[in-house]
Design a protein around this ligand. Structure first.
Ligand code: MG
Ligand code: MG
Length: 257
């Protein structure tokens, strides 16, 4: 059972979303050759707290830090550490913030300095796959109408999607029903209703879809060692479409670079 959110609940979720967006901006502003993933995490955590939120991921299932920071072939759930970023790398930053008990969740993959055309193409298709999927996010559509469009778009550009990772409902918990797959047939799952809140998050792999867990038990890396990108927004379904919650009012979403 997926309950649409009340206006009061949506007010809190919007605030949580703005905090997430501000933390992304802060992270993006420091991403450059020579910075460590620990340093990025510190800035994310400080920004969340400074703006009246708490980091959703710290302690969630035992995850140790505010942000998941995943470099190059690491797809999701990377634990920040002393890893130094270098020109030409890509880094996925996944941030969750909680405000008055309601969560926002957004991930973005950023280029470090100058990346190759090939890498830029992966980032562009990954980002676009999120927005292509969102076109199907509206009241009256089936949940997997979103999934289908994301999958067709990503596969159509020669990339792959992991089998076991998906988007999710979100509200008083970071992860709620329903699971939102990133591929598969359209026309299945719940009927979307105004007020439902979802985190849509394609993870796009440059190589094969298989992944494996890193020895730390958290990081998920592509098995073939090829690059991986991750783009996620928390949205609310509206009468005619959707509204992105993990954004500030001045921008639709963070940009790469
Ligand atoms: Mg996330
Ligand atoms: Mg998520």
């Amino acid at each position: 059972m997926i309950n649409p959110k009340s206006n009061q609940e949506l007010t809190y979720m919007k605030k949580a979303g703005i905090i997430v967006a501000l933390a992304h901006r802060a992270a993006q502003s420091v991403i450059r050759d020579g910075i460590t993933t620990n340093q990025i995490n510190e800035i994310v955590e400080k920004t969340i707290i400074k703006n009246g939120g708490t980091p959703s991921f710290k302690g969630l299932y035992g995850f140790p830090t505010a942000a998941c920071i995943s470099v190059n072939s690491v797809m999701v759930h990377g634990i920040p550490d002393d890893t130094v970023l270098h020109d030409g790398d890509i880094v996925s930053v996944d941030i969750g913030a909680c405000y008055k008990g309601y969560h926002g969740d957004s991930a973005w993959t950023y280029a470090v300095g100058n990346v190759s055309e090939e890498v830029n193409a992966l980032l562009e298709i990954g980002e676009k796959s999120l927005f292509e999927g969102l076109k199907m996010a509206k009241a009256g559509n089936h949940l997997t109408d979103i999934s289908h469009v994301i999958g067709e778009y990503v596969f159509g550009h020669g990339y792959s999607l992991p089998r076991d990772y998906a988007g999710h409902g979100i509200g008083t918990s970071v992860h709620e029903d329903p699971t939102v797959p990133n591929f598969g047939p359209a026309g299945h799952g719940i009927l979307l209703e105004e007020g439902m809140t979802l985190a849509i998050e394609p993870m796009v792999l440059a190589g094969k879809p298989q992944t494996r867990l890193l020895p730390d038990g958290w990081g998920v890396i592509s098995k073939d060692g090829k690059l991986s990108a991750h783009f996620e927004h928390t949205i609310v379904i509206t009468k005619n479409g959707y509204e992105i919650l993990t954004t500030t009012n001045e921008e639709e979403h963070p940009t790469n670079g």
